[in-house]
Design a protein around this ligand. Structure first.
Ligand SMILES: O=c1nc[nH]c2c1ncn2[C@H]1C[C@H](O)[C@@H](COP(=O)(O)OP(=O)(O)OP(=O)(O)O)O1
Ligand SMILES: [Mg+2]
Length: 198
């Protein structure tokens, strides 16, 4: 078993990485496991890719270890791609999932089902001391539900219905979500590196 640090403070992400990395015999450690308090990293990039690289390189540099980071979010076509890279703080800086969902539901209240197309996007960056950082993107297409449903997952899962489904992502089991998610598709693109590591 190898251990890999994921530069995130999001418990939902940590659990998904843990589950998806087990097949590569990798266990994950996150910023939530560090004894010393780690300052919030300023995510001031213009894209998911830039922000994931900022997070991965900040931690790789500080601790001189290989690091994976994830920057992700929800793009809603009827909102011209919002909340996008601002997904976490869409309804305010306290990063409240419920408030974020309420804000999206309000904004889409007059948008009919067929115009509620959306996608989850995930950029995964790998940073290592002395190596060039690389980053890959995965997406998951779907639409925004008329009402929230389900309790699994995190973030916007209760209002996201993957294409060809009638259930929200929060009604999926973690195994179901991890077989089709944006995060899964990004991780598949770094699979060779993960295999070589383990
Ligand atoms: O699978 C997902 N299912 C539902 N919602 C999701 C998912 N993936 C990202 N999201 C939402 C949550 C948050 O509103 C934003 C991520 O923001 P993002 O900055 O990447 O993460 P974060 O601030 O929660 O943790 P951190 O930066 O420490 O990794 O997109
Ligand atoms: Mg963040």
């Amino acid at each position: 078993m190898k251990e890999l640090v994921i530069a995130t403070k999001n418990k939902g992400k940590v659990d998904e990485f843990d589950e998806m990395f087990s097949k590569y015999h990798i266990t994950v450690k996150s910023l939530l496991d560090f004894d010393q308090k780690i300052a919030d990293i300023v995510e001031d990039g213009d894209s998911f890719e830039e922000n994931s690289v900022i997070k991965a390189e900040a931690i790789a540099e500080q601790f001189q270890i290989p690091v994976v980071a994830d920057d992700s979010g929800l793009e809603i076509d009827a909102l011209n791609g919002a909340p996008g890279i601002y997904s976490a703080r869409y309804a305010g800086k306290d990063k409240d999932d419920r408030k974020n969902i309420e804000k999206v539901m309000d904004e889409l209240s007059h948008v009919p089902a067929h115009d509620r197309t959306a996608r989850f996007v995930c950029a995964v960056a790998v940073a290592r001391p002395g190596h060039k950082t690389f980053v890959e993107r995965g997406t998951c297409e779907g639409r925004i539900a008329m009402e929230p449903a389900g309790n699994n997952g995190f973030g916007y899962d209760p209002i996201f219905i993957p294409s060809d489904s009638h259930r929200t992502m929060a009604e999926y089991t973690s195994a179901e979500k991890n077989s089709i998610s944006h995060r899964k598709h990004a991780i598949l693109k770094i699979e060779q590196w993960l295999q070589d590591l383990s």
